[in-house]
Design a protein around this ligand. Structure first.
Ligand code: ADP
Ligand code: ZN
Ligand code: ZN
Length: 808
């Protein structure tokens, strides 16, 4: 018996099937979709069995046998295997990276080297030497050579290396996966920095990395963090333990994230007329097991989720399964609860906030058929069901459905493909569909369902634009307009609630010298550093570099160096000045980094423990609290001026989403949008809740400029440590594409990326614009062949992004 295997080696030349012989003992077990361990050159690697067969073109004496099986039943179904080939071609990725991304991270292979004493040569060694060997290698074995090396002394390392070269000790590659791990080594803080400031100051001075770990632990509620997450070496841990800061602890991880909660069963609500109509149009496709794609454009609060729930119920009644995708940030406890309440324990949740063990367990419940609904973010589109009856993508316009790393797939494309394979409907839902989807629906590729009314005829909020240039002219230098301030005061008096939204992207706080204009920049990336008040540090958001805030300008030594721009922290400070009695909850990356803190903040706000919820993107979606009657948007145009053709679309979508948080129930909602660009249609059309008006204007713009959905784009990113190499490689690619693609296709490049350097690597790109280009996948694969052997982690890198979501 022969198996054809894709091996876990990421390179163009190894991205093909390799034949292996199956030893007799495995013959009855081995099947396509299983992971196996195979010899590959001098190493052992993990591989995926794609096919089994009885013949091979490889001569018998060249054919190697598989070493072991990782699985006893295949984690990947036949359908997922077929899908993986489609994703590979569609995204121009390595097959192995697609296969790996279909499984939870816990199932990824770990490679170790094991040292074993060779018993047969031992008798020839003098006793004294033998004792030393057994002493160093406990039980004659070192389970993990790399790990052992880190804790061993130089002498010990040299000694073992010598034995290896002398052939006394053999090195064996071991491939394993961590999926059964239920306990994790944690580091726990036993002394808080503020209780021993003196030694903490010394630590910070002498071992800043160690101080960083102490800080991280101190900031965490449980005062414990997995060693892995801390990226602390054993030396560092030893030193911190000896100094009395931390201790090691095995902490077992809770594998069912929702086991401690009871969910009360909820029942179907009587649908509103628009909901009923939508439901009636979708359900036949469920019953007839027919592939049909629906686009529901329903204003915020029109009750799309209730339609999803009732449609899923129909699917379950037929004994089939449902995949429900929601964007990472709206996968809030509120959202999960709605599904758990309706479908109980038959729901698995795949969420990035789960530990990798929890994720593995949830995934396994799907694979074993213990659940029939999977709710999750992007990667849940690969949920290993075998009888899918529907796939739903809520907020289909969301950027997070696109994976920005290899394989660069879009969950929407994968969902449509799986819907085709399973003959089942796919629903895309949004208040503000992506231009691509709405255009496709207009053309009849998707069935368009529109819902203009909110449930129970709740009115859409009143949206008003405030021109901040006028405020400035009338002498108001505050970040709050007169009108917004007044409105906030009113709401607080009436004990109603306020959401203040600040888009962080593009409007971060940076440090500038007022005298010479010096701006603090990251030494490794071409980007300015962001000021963080909580740590009084400047931080690079790309590489993590940080530095204390200078007191003087490094250029001109002036002391008028201060921070500019508007960050959430700064807004919070100003709020305290203008509304000293208001209770504020701030939600941004700084306050929600810890597990569970996101939920805690929202629950507190729901319980009226605060009047104002101030936050970034993460509060734009999914919030549904009855007493929010005012939404203030502080810098509506901060996104509008990014160098990306989707800037207008994103602005409209975001403003509509945020506005949708106001007045969702009995109380009427008001939205105040502060902007310096009051006349732009991306902002104007939010006021009139006019998606279609916006769509038409934006489409005209896209047509003129030749952007999607009129054209398709593919971006090729090239990076290297040397600027010269980066440019040369990009030039070569551009030339190659011009020669091999059709004449109608336009190729732009090489151009520097909008952030031309990140982490000391230069970045260039080349853009392909086309309408029809049947040869594209093949030609792009050739690009990798062109650079065969020259691509590596530290040096030249090429990334291909078909249908890019971000142009930056
Ligand atoms: P959307 O997903 O379109 O923003 P939701 O599904 O969240 O809207 O519905 C908005 C609110 O209306 C929610 O509080 C939901 O519980 C409620 N709701 C939805 N459908 C109905 C219905 N048919 N009858 C009563 N309330 C409903
Ligand atoms: Zn200066
Ligand atoms: Zn940096």
């Amino acid at each position: 018996m022969i198996v054809q295997v894709i091996v876990d080696v990421q390179a163009q030349q190894t991205d093909r099937l390799y034949d292996y012989r199956v030893p007799d003992e495995f013959v009855t077990i081995v099947r396509a979709g299983m992971r196996v361990i195979v010899p590959f050159g001098p190493r052992k690697v993990q591989g995926f069995v794609i096919r089994t067969s009885h013949t091979s073109t490889v001569p018998d004496d060249k054919l190697r046998a598989i070493s072991d099986l990782t699985d006893l039943s295949p984690p990947l179904t036949d359908e997922l295997l077929a899908l993986s080939e489609w994703v590979r071609d569609h995204t121009v990725s390595y097959h192995i990276s697609v296969l790996k991304s279909m499984l939870p991270a816990a199932m990824r292979a770990k490679y170790r080297k094991k040292l074993i004493l060779k018993d047969d040569v031992m008798p020839d060694i003098p006793d004294q030497e033998q004792e030393r060997i057994y002493g160093l290698m406990k039980d004659g074995e070192v389970a993990d050579w790399d790990k052992w090396k880190k804790s061993a002394s130089q002498d010990e390392q040299k000694q073992i290396s010598a034995w290896i070269s002398a052939g006394l000790v053999s090195v064996e590659p071991v491939v394993s996966t961590g999926e059964t791990v239920k306990k994790l080594l944690h580091l726990c803080l036993i002394k808080e920095p503020h209780t021993d400031l003196e030694s903490y100051a010394a630590l910070e001075k002498r071992s800043p990395r160690q101080a960083e770990i102490v800080r991280a632990l101190s900031a965490h509620d449980s005062k414990c963090l997995p060693v892995k997450e801390l990226k602390a070496g054993s030396q560092m841990i030893r030193s911190l333990t000896e100094k009395g800061w931390v201790e090691k602890k095995e902490v077992s991880i809770n594998r069912d994230p929702y086991s401690d909660r009871d969910f009360e069963k909820t029942h179907n609500r009587t649908l509103m007329p628009e909901q009923q109509e939508a439901f009636n149009r979708i359900v036949p496709a469920v019953h007839e097991a027919r592939h049909e794609a629906f686009l529901i454009r329903g204003v915020t609060g029109s009750g799309k989720t209730e339609i999803y729930l009732q449609t899923i119920e129909q699917v379950l009644l037929k004994g089939k399964e449902a995949i429900m995708l929601v964007p990472e940030i709206s996968l809030t406890p509120q959202m999960v609860t709605r599904f758990k309440e309706r479908f109980g324990s038959r729901v698995a949740v795949l969420h990035s906030a789960l530990s990798s063990g929890e994720k593995y367990d949830e995934w396994h419940r799907i694979r074993k058929g213990e659940v029939d609904v999977a709710v999750g973010a992007r990667s849940a589109v690969f949920a290993p069901f075998e009888q899918i009856g529907i796939i739903i993508i809520d907020e289909e316009h969301e950027g997070s459905y696109k994976q920005e790393d290899n394989p660069r797939y879009h969950a929407r494309d994968v969902a449509l493909k799986r819907g085709e394979l399973y003959n089942c409907p796919v629903i895309l839902g949004s208040a503000t569909p992506s231009l691509e989807s709405y255009a496709r629906a207009k053309k009849g590729v998707y069935t368009l369902i529109e819902m203009e009314k909110r449930v129970n005829d709740v009115q859409m909020p009143d949206v008003e634009i405030i021109d901040m240039k006028d405020e400035l002219r009338s002498g108001n230098r505050s970040m709050f307009s007169e009108k917004l301030l007044e409105a906030m005061k009113q709401r607080i008096d009436k004990q109603e609630q306020i959401v203040l939204f600040l888009n962080r992207r593009g409007y971060s706080t940076f440090i500038m010298c007022r005298d010479c204009g010096f701006v603090a920049e990251c030494p490794h990336c071409d980007i300015s550093l962001t000021f963080h008040q909580s740590t009084n540090q400047l931080q690079c958001h790309y590489c993590g570099y940080h530095h204390t805030v200078p007191r003087q300008c490094p250029e001109c030594t002036s002391e008028s160096i201060r921070f500019f721009g508007t960050g959430t922290q700064k807004v919070e400070d100003e709020l305290r000045q203008v509304l000293p009695d208001a209770r504020v909850i701030r939600m941004d990356v700084d306050t929600t980094g810890k597990k569970g803190s996101h939920e805690k903040h929202l629950t507190a706000f729901g319980n009226h423990e605060a009047d104002i919820l101030l936050g970034t993107q993460m509060i734009a979606k999914g919030l549904d609290f009855p007493d929010i009657t005012l939404v203030g948007v502080l810098a509506a145009d901060s996104m509008l001026h990014l160098p990306d053709f989707r800037a207008g679309e994103r602005t409209f979508q975001l403003l509509t989403q945020v506005s949708g948080r106001a007045g969702r129930h009995e109380k009427h909602g008001e939205v105040l949008v502060q902007t310096y660009t009051p006349d732009h249609y991306s902002i104007q059309d939010v006021v009139s809740h006019d998606y279609i008006g916006f769509f038409q204007k934006e489409m005209r713009m896209r047509k003129q400029a030749g952007y999607p959905p009129y054209y398709f784009l593919t971006l090729i990113h090239v990076s290297d440590e040397s600027l010269d190499e980066t440019v040369k490689a990009t030039e070569a690619i551009t030339r190659f594409l011009k020669e091999h693609l059709s004449d109608e296709t336009k190729i732009y490049g090489p151009v520097a990326s909008s952030i031309p350097r990140i982490k000391d690597r230069y970045r260039y790109q080349c853009m392909i614009k086309y309408k029809v280009e049947p040869k594209l996948t093949a030609v792009l694969q050739q690009v990798f062949v062109l650079f065969e052997g020259r691509l590596n982690k530290g040096g030249l890198q090429i990334a291909i992004d078909t249908n890019p979501n971000m142009m930056l």
